[in-house]
Design a protein around this ligand. Structure first.
Ligand code: AMP
Length: 296
């Protein structure tokens, strides 16, 4: 994902020109951090969700990545955080380790003027030691994948008894990855009076049901994502039958000038198969998938 260096809000329908960050009710420290990162005006999802979240309402946000949804939940949480309270006050559930780490980084950026706020990523595949010692020292915000969060809850190493904010980020992705049961268990086993924000790019029946069951009188916000591609990217496609794909790709590689190339395929297996076939044709190609160890 690209980060926006410019001050323009992400590519969505922009909020009415009259709404500035200063009008939303965020704390001074958070506003200062927002100015530091260079955001000029709130994106549509931010303008629509920050006020109800600050008012304590549950929120369902239909928004894709790139709309500014991370700040939409992070800014109100940080504005209302009690820094002296060291048991986790906010839990963000993310479908993947990568997203969890990105969300943590965003929180840390937005918390740059709040002294002593601890944000901890908690995901599978990382040794428990680091997570356990951080949890023992005390953290305010936990951002984690549902499986590992469940493990900590089962072991009694994550105390969510003081939880005030629960965010389900990319809820549809979490369900696709098979986390539905874990997400529901976490929703059910955390304090009743917590505030819940659910963000999802799509609203399948299962998410609709979860939000009906676990969210109270939620404010629903939908933002249209204008799907844009950067102006210097040309898109073309070829319809090729499966057995001819590698030959077609090889022809393209022969005629195109390139230094490096990323080829996306549908399955982990296919990454291996295609890399192998490209190597056999003299290209230096490597497969990357979730099966490759992080260190590698
Ligand atoms: P997200 O949808 O949360 O992944 O955010 C997409 C990108 O938009 C991130 O790189 C953010 O830093 C950036 N961003 C979020 N809110 C704003 C804003 N109000 N103005 C400019 N950029 C923003």
């Amino acid at each position: 994902m690209t980060s926006h260096d410019t001050t323009a809000p992400p590519e969505t329908d922009t909020a009415p020109a009259t709404t500035g960050f200063a009008d939303l009710g965020l704390s001074d420290a958070v506003l200062k951090a927002v100015r530091d990162v260079g955001y000029e005006s709130p994106s549509a999802i931010q303008a629509a969700t920050i006020p109800p979240l600050l008012a304590g309402r549950d929120v369902v946000g239909l928004a894709q990545t790139g709309t500014g949804k991370t700040a939409a939940f992070a800014l109100p949480i940080l504005s209302r955080l009690e820094v002296s309270q060291k048991k986790p006050q906010a839990l963000v559930l993310s479908p993947t380790r990568e997203l969890a780490l990105q969300v943590c980084e965003a929180f840390e950026q937005y918390a740059s003027h709040l002294k002593g706020v601890h944000v901890l990523p908690v995901y599978g595949g990382q040794a428990y030691g680091v997570q356990l010692s951080a949890l023992r020292r005390g953290v305010h915000i936990v951002v984690g994948t549902p499986g590992r969060i469940m493990d900590h809850l089962a072991k009694g190493t994550l105390d969510l008894s003081e939880l005030k904010y629960l965010v389900l980020d990319e809820a549809d992705e979490m369900l696709k990855m098979g986390f539905a049961e874990d997400v529901e268990t976490i929703l059910a086993d955390t304090p009743d009076d917590k505030q819940v924000a659910l963000f999802s790019a799509t609203m399948p029946a299962q998410i609709r049901r979860i939000s009906k069951k676990y969210l109270k009188d939620a404010e629903e916000v939908t933002v249209e994502n204008k799907t844009t591609t950067s102006a210097n990217t040309t898109q073309r496609y070829l319809m090729v039958s499966y057995p001819q794909k590698v030959d077609a790709l090889t022809r393209i590689l022969e005629v195109e000038n390139f230094e490096g190339m990323i080829v996306f395929v549908r399955t982990k297996n296919e990454t291996e198969t295609l890399a192998e076939k490209l190597r056999a044709r003299g290209y230096s190609a490597a497969a990357i998938s979730g099966d490759v160890a992080q260190a590698q």
